[in-house]
Design a protein around this ligand. Structure first.
Ligand SMILES: Cc1cc2nc3c(=O)[nH]c(=O)nc-3n(C[C@H](O)[C@H](O)[C@H](O)COP(=O)(O)O)c2cc1C
Length: 223
């Protein structure tokens, strides 16, 4: 079992989000899963330029690290999205990656995979950011196992830290258990079904222009 973690803090694993992610990863590793951490600060992910080429060919035309990240996302069993809270949202590094995933979203290409969210903030609004990342995961077709977020009390320290870290390690174990059990998340089904209709309808409407996505959905329907 392979779990891919993507961290979007400019401080990489050395910041507050990295500290909390470390605990989640400890839980993942204790379940026997293989982990890989991609730190966006060390990678080049440029903003989407809305050229629509990914919809036509399935491959992004921008010459940077996105296609490598995409390949890893497609190959993992589960993924973790970790971001600091920047103005009630994810960091710009994470948002650039989200936008670049537009082709994956049109295909809901991560169906069957499981996702977990990690967030830290200076002073709160953690749920807002966790919910946003969770929704992003659902648009990719993935199940969201849950998330963990916290304000900080100082550098890499958190209020009620022992309990927070226990919760983080438990969530790390839970994503692995969900993958093993192929667990269903009925409360996310309504959103995913609606989004499936929306994306398959959009691609059908644009079928003349977006042959890659048209074929992707044809194959998906035939499965
Ligand atoms: C550009 C910027 C914007 C931020 N915006 C918020 C915010 O809106 N709300 C908040 O509670 N903290 C905010 N913070 C604080 C960070 O979320 C917090 O320090 C976080 O733990 C940093 O994580 P890191 O060390 O992994 O980068 C902001 C920090 C920066 C640098």
């Amino acid at each position: 079992m392979k779990i891919l973690a993507i961290i979007a803090s400019p401080r990489g694993m050395k910041g507050n989000t990295g500290r909390l992610l470390d605990e989640v990863l400890a839980g993942v590793k204790s379940s026997g899963a293989e982990t890989e951490v991609l730190s966006l600060k060390d990678l080049d992910v440029k903003p989407c330029v809305a050229c629509d080429i990914c919809h036509k060919t399935g491959v992004c035309n921008i010459d940077d690290d996105y296609e490598t990240i995409k390949t890893k996302l497609l190959a993992c069993d589960g993924f973790i999205l970790a971001s600091p809270n920047y103005i009630f949202s994810v960091s710009a590094q994470m948002k650039a990656l989200f936008d670049r995933c537009n082709g994956l979203i049109h295909c809901m290409a991560l169906e069957g995979k499981y996702a977990l969210m990690v967030e830290t903030s200076g002073g709160g609004e953690d749920d807002e950011v966790l919910t946003y990342m969770s929704r992003f995961s659902n648009t990719l077709g993935a199940n969201s196992v849950g998330g963990i977020g916290s304000a900080i009390t100082g550098v890499r320290t958190f209020p009620d830290e022992n309990n927070l870290f226990v919760k983080a390690r438990t969530l790390g174990q839970e994503i692995c258990q969900s993958i093993t059990d192929k667990r269903a998340y009925p409360e996310q089904e309504m959103f995913r079904k609606g989004f499936t209709l929306r994306m398959s309808g959009l691609v059908e409407y644009m079928k003349e222009y977006w042959p890659f996505e048209r074929e992707y959905w044809e194959k998906k329907r035939a499965r």
